[in-house]
Design a protein around this ligand. Structure first.
Ligand SMILES: [Zn+2]
Length: 198
């Protein structure tokens, strides 16, 4: 998915709607103070930035070589890899620490930033991007979503089913990483315990 807007839209629709919903609900009830907007906006900015972070290679390539080049790597270093996306974890902890001044909360912001970067890799992978997931351990790109680009007759039914299930579980894992970290930071759906009528 080469367009930044596409990544941002998927970030807002898949990873951030819970926070928007919870925040809007609290706002409607008049529970939001001015300082709460900072938490909301910093989380939104952090997630947005790291949902685009692997494409920072395009910016570097423009500066270094004058053209966007292959947007998946800077020179020979792939930015679309788990290790590079892992920088998002540290990159999320820093604003988290400034904002919350608590390690646990800062770590949750790190997990949220990491989920945003992983979502980028998954979306690019589905769009036939060159994803060298295991760099520097394994330098060949491969797809975790081969069923998106090949047919059942090409792969065989067992391979097709296994990769489909694995791919969907990975996607769910990323969404859950975001959902749980946001909930830990207070941006979740609220649960009201059921009370039976007396
Ligand atoms: Zn990309």
């Amino acid at each position: 998915m080469p367009y930044p807007a596409g990544h941002l839209i998927f970030f807002v629709l898949l990873l951030f709607p819970v926070a928007i919903y919870g925040f809007a609900k609290a706002f409607r009830k008049g529970k939001i103070q001015r300082s709460d907007w900072w938490y909301f906006l910093v989380l939104f900015a952090t997630g947005s930035f790291f949902s685009l972070f692997p494409d920072i290679s395009a910016v570097f390539n423009m500066i270094l070589y004058g053209s966007r080049g292959d947007h998946c790597s800077i020179g020979s270093v792939p930015t679309h890899s788990f290790v590079f996306a892992g920088i998002a974890f540290i990159g999320g902890i820093i604003p988290g620490m400034v904002l919350y001044r608590q390690w646990n909360k800062a770590l949750a912001v790190g997990v949220f930033a990491l989920a945003s970067s992983f979502l980028h890799l998954i979306l690019d992978d589905m769009d036939k991007g060159v994803i060298t997931y295991l760099y520097p351990l394994y330098n060949e790109p491969f797809s975790l979503y081969p069923f998106m680009t090949s047919t059942l007759s090409q792969t065989g039914i067992l391979y097709y089913i296994i990769t489909s299930i694995f791919g969907v579980l990975l996607f769910v894992l990323v969404v859950m990483m975001s959902f749980l970290s946001l909930r830990y930071l207070g941006f979740g759906l609220r649960y009201d315990p059921f009370k039976a009528e007396p």
